[in-house]
Write a protein that binds this ligand. Structure first.
Ligand SMILES: [Fe+2]
Ligand SMILES: [Fe+2]
Length: 246
C-alpha cells in the first residue's frame, strides 16, 4: 500500500510541478533574455535594486499559480468545513468531550475557507464547477465516518489532512523554487507572492495540527484503518486532480 501511495503522491507532485516547471522554464528563457538586456540596476546608496517582473511572469503567477491552486485550495477548505459540520452532531452525541476539539478544527477550517474566498474574489478566479458535487460528497463522508464511530471519524481526518498537508507543501515548494529562481535573475517578486507563501505555510501547519489531533484520538484504531484511509486519500487526490482542471 505504501509504495502505491508514494507513487500516487509522486505522480501528483510531478503533475503540478511539471506544469509549473514547464511554465517557469519558458519564463526563465524570457527572463534570461530580459536579464541580459536589462541588468539589475544600482541605486543611489550603492545597493542593487531588483527589476519588476515581466508581463509573462505576472501572467504565469496569475494563471498557473493563482487560478489553479487557489481554486483547488478553496474547494478543499469548503470540503473540510462540511466534513467537520457533518461529523459534529453524531460524534458529540456519543462523545461530548470532543465538542471543543471539533469546534476548534471547524473554526480553523472556516478561517481557511474565508481566506481563499477572499483570494478567489481578488484574483477573479472562478470556483471549481464541481462545487455542488464536492459539497455533497464531503457532507456524506463526514456524516458516514462519524456514524461509524470516533475512530473512523478520526481516521477520516487523518487521511484528509495527510493529503491536504502534502498538497500545501507541494504548492509552497513550487512557489519558493520560483521565487528563488526569479530573484537569482534579479527580479523583485513582490510582497503579494511572499504573503501567499506565508499564508500557505500557516494553513499547512494548522492542517498538520489537525492530523496530530486525529492520531492522538485513536485514528489508527479504526477498523479497517488501511482501507478507510486508503479510500479517503485516493478520493482526495482524485478531487484535487479534477478541481485543477474543471
Ligand atoms: Fe483547512
Ligand atoms: Fe484541516
Amino acid at each position: 500500500m505504501a509504495p502505491t501511495r508514494c507513487l500516487a503522491r509522486t505522480v501528483r507532485g510531478l503533475t503540478t510541478r511539471s506544469m509549473c516547471a514547464q511554465a517557469a522554464r519558458s519564463l526563465s528563457t524570457t527572463s534570461s533574455n530580459a536579464a541580459s538586456s536589462t541588468e539589475t540596476t544600482t541605486g543611489f546608496n550603492g545597493q542593487k535594486t531588483r527589476k519588476p517582473l515581466t508581463k509573462e511572469q505576472r501572467e504565469f503567477l496569475a494563471s498557473a499559480v493563482s487560478t489553479i491552486q487557489l481554486r483547488v485550495n478553496q474547494a478543499g477548505e469548503l470540503a473540510a468545513t462540511l466534513i467537520y459540520t457533518a461529523q459534529t452532531p453524531p460524534l458529540v452525541r456519543q462523545h461530548p468531550h470532543l465538542r471543543p476539539l471539533l469546534k476548534h478544527m471547524y473554526d480553523q477550517e472556516a478561517a481557511h475557507l474565508s481566506i481563499f474566498n477572499t483570494l478567489l474574489h481578488r484574483h477573479r478566479v472562478r470556483p471549481t464547477a464541481l462545487y455542488p458535487l464536492w459539497s455533497v460528497l464531503a457532507t456524506g463522508l463526514g456524516w458516514s465516518t462519524a456514524v461509524m464511530g470516533r475512530e473512523a471519524a478520526m481516521a477520516c481526518t487523518e487521511a484528509v489532512e495527510t493529503e491536504i498537508g502534502g498538497h500545501y507543501n507541494g504548492q509552497i515548494r513550487t512557489l519558493l523554487e520560483m521565487i528563488a529562481e526569479w530573484e537569482a535573475q534579479g527580479f523583485e517578486v513582490g510582497g503579494e507572492i511572499r504573503d501567499l507563501v506565508s499564508t500557505l505555510r500557516r494553513i499547512r501547519d494548522e492542517e498538520l495540527e489537525h492530523l496530530d489531533h486525529a492520531v492522538e484520538h485513536d485514528a489508527k484504531k479504526a477498523e479497517p484503518h488501511w482501507l478507510l484511509t486508503g479510500v479517503i486519500r485516493a478520493g482526495c487526490r482524485g478531487a484535487i486532480w479534477v478541481s485543477e482542471r474543471v
